[in-house]
Ligand binder design. Sequence first.
Ligand SMILES: [Zn+2]
Length: 154
Amino acid sequence: MSNIQELKAKVKEYRRRVRDRKKVIRKSKRKLRKKNDPVMGLLVEASESMLELTQDKLHNYEDALEDAKEAEADSKEVVEFVRGLSKPSRHSRHIPREIRQEVWRRDKGQCTNCGSTELLEFDHIIPVAKGGSSTARNVQLLCDTCNRAKADNI
Ligand SMILES: [Zn+2]
């Protein structure tokens, strides 16, 4: 079984766990409303923190799956490039998660042009088509409006 298949199975399993736990919490809360039992209250609290942990794990598996898929796509691309079948451009537009996090922190979750915090997008300062890379230095946060205005000017 490949890594991707394993991760897919994990994601599926944890999605089900999250669903089940939410069901249990809803049920317990209903009981709690009917009868304010302090033990039940504690149980609900414990279930909610368990749910958070389960959701964290789910997100980790989802991220790992995304990375594994990208790695597979990348290696396919390298093989095709080496064989002279394609140019390595298909995936270079993609901005890796670490870079997105770094840019988000650096730009403080705001459009670098107008300071808006809504509909933000990661923008290649120098477009990939013109040789720009997906590094933090060449990526910035722009809101939807500023990004479109920029695209119109290029
Ligand atoms: Zn803006």
